[in-house]
Ligand binder design. Structure first.
Ligand SMILES: Cc1ccc2cc(C(N)=O)cc(O)c2n1
Length: 325
């Protein structure tokens, strides 16, 4: 610690450097400092906070792993239901989906926000004044389980939003998943040490997130991609989904670099075949791609049928042989 620096200043500086390193590593996928340096910073912060417990706050990177709370998960109602997506399996079904939108909106080749469909677990994260306050599983779309303590252990999920201009209340929806390489390494170690071997990355993510003890979740290699927003209070969002995703990236959320904006049925099918060709080499399991009409005005006009939106659809790939142990 520099001579002039107070413990509080040093703690603030360490937190900033650790948060920046996490952001670079988990969100930008562009690590800035070597792991050993990161561990040293975290150890110094942990010992400083141990000496000054009054300076510890919930958004400190040392507070990601809590202790086992109660025996069950509380219920969380999703004020804005977490949607399920209709599925398309053929090019014709995609063409029909796009044509219905052209006809209803009276537009030619509307713009779509497109992305890979990760094979993980859908969750919703609530931020108040930029601080992560609650996270829940999708459940049945209307009610999920409160898994806040477990989500806090995932370093790709910001405890405090970055940048500026975020709403007073912001709900971010996304997918928790287990990267394939991390899944394999975890299982190799589990086999060697007699730990729990995970059947496949998707079940690994779901099982890890629904552990009653966050210390177990903290040992599981979980990642996260944001893909939508729910409640937004106290600020206007941009007029399109793709611009909102760019804002989420600015505020500290990982957003897939494979996302794109395309026009019309041709653009959709071109994206689908492009991702299809890369599927085997992606670092995570996907089971299709997601097409969303990009402008929110058009989404409102299209509305929903039962719980699935008319303005979005998942175009699925043929089932892939499961990643075996
Ligand atoms: C509205 C909605 C619902 C489920 C989703 C699921 C995924 C996914 N599994 O990656 C991506 C999305 O953009 C989604 N969007």
């Amino acid at each position: 610690m520099a001579k002039t620096q107070t413990p509080a200043d040093r703690i603030a500086e360490l937190r900033q450097r650790i948060d920046d390193a996490n952001y670079r590593y988990y969100v930008l996928d562009d690590p800035a400092i070597p792991d050993a340096e990161f561990d040293r910073l975290l150890r110094e912060l942990q010992s400083l906070e141990a000496e000054h417990p009054d300076l510890v706050t919930p958004d400190s990177p040392t507070q990601r792993v809590g202790i086992a709370p109660s025996g069950t998960f509380a219920e969380v109602r999703h004020a804005i239901p977490m949607l399920s997506l209709g599925n398309a399996f053929t090019d014709e079904e995609v063409a029909d989906f796009e044509r219905r939108i052209e006809e209803k909106l009276g537009r030619r080749a509307p713009k779509f926000s497109v992305e890979p469909k990760l094979d993980g677990l859908a969750i919703s994260l609530r931020y108040e004044n930029g601080r992560f306050v609650q996270g829940a599983t999708r459940g049945d779309g209307a009610t999920g389980e409160d898994v806040t303590a477990n989500l806090r252990t995932i370093k790709a999920i910001p405890l405090q939003l970055r940048g500026t201009g975020w709403p007073a209340v912001l709900e971010v929806r996304g997918e928790v998943y287990m990267p394939l390489e991390a899944f394999r390494k975890y299982n190799e170690r589990a086999v060697k040490e007699g730990g729990k071997v995970l059947a496949n990355p998707r079940n690994g993510a779901a099982g890890s997130l629904r552990q009653l003890d966050p210390r177990i979740t903290a040992q599981r290699p979980l990642a996260f991609y944001a893909y939508a927003v729910g409640i937004v209070e106290g600020a206007e969002l941009p007029p399109t989904h793709s611009q909102t995703l760019a804002k989420l990236r600015e505020w500290g959320f990982p957003v897939s670099a494979l996302n794109d904006v395309v026009a019309g049925a041709e653009g959709l099918l071109g994206y689908y075949s492009g991702i299809g060709k890369r599927r085997e080499s992606l670092p995570f399991d996907i089971d299709g791609v997601v097409y969303k009409l990009d402008d929110y005005e058009g989404q409102r006009e299209m509305g929903f049928v039962s719980r699935a939106p008319r303005w979005a659809i998942a175009h699925k790939f043929p089932a892939q042989e499961q990643s075996t142990v």
